[in-house]
Design a protein around this ligand. Structure first.
Ligand SMILES: Cc1cc2nc3c(=O)[nH]c(=O)nc-3n(C[C@H](O)[C@H](O)[C@H](O)COP(=O)(O)OP(=O)(O)OC[C@H]3O[C@@H](n4cnc5c(N)ncnc54)[C@H](O)[C@@H]3O)c2cc1C
Length: 350
């Protein structure tokens, strides 16, 4: 495991030590992160939020998000759980090489897939597949502790050996038999969850808050079932577990020729001159130019693509919580939303 010890703890990445590693299943492990007292307020989070990690794998720096599976209300630790993806670089490195004492580069919590509240009695219906249980169990634990809402979970896995947090879920059901129901679906026993099964699970409860997190096809089924049942779109919350595409786009574009705005991008200590086309974000232009800046959601909520404006003026088209006012005041921008207004120089954190 390559660990960059040279990065100072002043954001956007913070150095956090792994305090414990828990083997959850054959292909998933949890990391308990040691958050020192001086970073406790920075790392305060809401149930359902995620942390963004930066890791070196085979000489390449990759950025990945992992949801907090702990509850901010009932647990004092920060726990993320990482499931191996076939040929996935970061997930396998975490499972194979991260150990107690490893220091990781971590951004503060972000994300909007959170327990919506304090909606008094509205039931909560959750769909989760595989590693999609991580934000969902945080939401469940927090809702049980802070509300009186009834909760129902449909949890799909390949087989019984792949069920992450089985014992923890059993214990929660035993402690709250009137409020929490968990229905397991196993591919090797029940086949993939289809729309009919998802609709049966929801039943008549369409006046509820719905949370969906899991593999793409599973989420598509849950969404389609809810649409057929007429569940209100504003009560459906979805988290997509996807890695950012790390291939530079390298596409030809007319932007360079049509008098775009010059931007100097400092990445890994190296300066590159690029041209941003009209309305084009710095992230898009940098990738188009063949650079590989960090990014993940591209929707202004994860904060992965943050860079500091050193010269010039950059306007953000949107900020969905990926960056806070203090960071904006220090000149940071989300480059996925940052459009230069004048010739500009931006620097990504080392
Ligand atoms: C908000 C959010 C929260 C998340 N929370 C969790 C969580 O709690 N737990 C969890 O386990 N995951 C979570 N994820 C998913 C996680 O961030 C990663 O996407 C996942 O771990 C896979 O990353 P990887 O580096 O292992 O795989 P990658 O290396 O990104 O590989 C992904 C796929 O691409 C293929 N691939 C391999 N190499 C390349 C290459 N060079 N170029 C292109 N494709 C390649 C692989 O075959 C694989 O199928 C979350 C994602 C998001 C966005």
């Amino acid at each position: 495991m390559t660990v960059d010890q040279s990065i100072p703890s002043e954001g956007p990445y913070y150095s956090l030590r792994v305090a414990d590693v828990i083997r959850e299943t054959a292909d998933a492990c949890s990391l308990i992160l040691d958050v020192p007292d001086e970073l406790k307020s920075t790392f305060r989070y809401e149930a359902g939020q995620f942390l963004t990690f930066r890791m070196s794998v085979a000489g390449k720096r990759l950025v990945r998000c992992y949801s907090l599976a702990s509850s901010p209300v009932t647990e004092s630790v920060h726990k993320v759980t990482v499931k191996r993806v076939d040929e996935g670089r970061v997930s396998n490195q975490v499972n194979d090489a991260v150990e107690v004492g490893t220091v990781l580069d971590v951004m503060k919590p972000a994300g909007v897939f959170c327990l919506q509240g304090p909606a008094a009695e509205t039931p909560v219906v959750l769909f989760s597949g595989g590693s999609g249980i991580t934000p969902v169990i945080s939401i469940i634990k927090t809702a049980l502790a802070t509300t009186q809402r009834p909760l129902r979970l449909l949890y799909a896995n390949r087989d019984s050996g792949s069920i992450i947090f089985r014992a923890e879920l059993d214990a929660l059901v035993a402690a709250h038999p009137d409020r929490l129901q968990v229905e397991h679906s196993l591919d090797d026993r029940d086949g993939f969850v289809d729309i009919a099964r998802a609709k049966r699970f929801v039943g008549a409860t369409t006046d509820a808050d719905f949370y969906i997190c899991g593999p793409g096809p599973f989420m598509d089924v849950a969404e389609a079932a809810l649409a057929e049942l007429g569940a209100p779109a504003q009560q459906i919350f979805i988290e997509r577990f996807e890695s950012p595409d790390d291939l530079p786009l390298g596409e030809a574009t007319p932007a360079d020729a049509e008098g775009g705005i010059p931007v100097t991008v400092v990445l890994d200590g190296k300066s590159t001159e690029i041209i941003c086309g009209p309305g084009e974000s710095i992230l898009q232009a940098a990738r188009r130019a063949g650079l590989e800046p960090p990014f993940a959601c591209e929707e202004a909520y994860c904060g992965c693509c943050m860079a500091q404006v050193k010269e010039g003026e950059v306007e953000m088209t949107m900020n969905d919580g990926g960056i806070d006012q203090g960071q904006i005041d220090q000149g940071w921008v989300l480059t996925c939303q940052g459009v230069p207004k004048t010739a500009t120089k931006v620097e990504y954190p080392d």
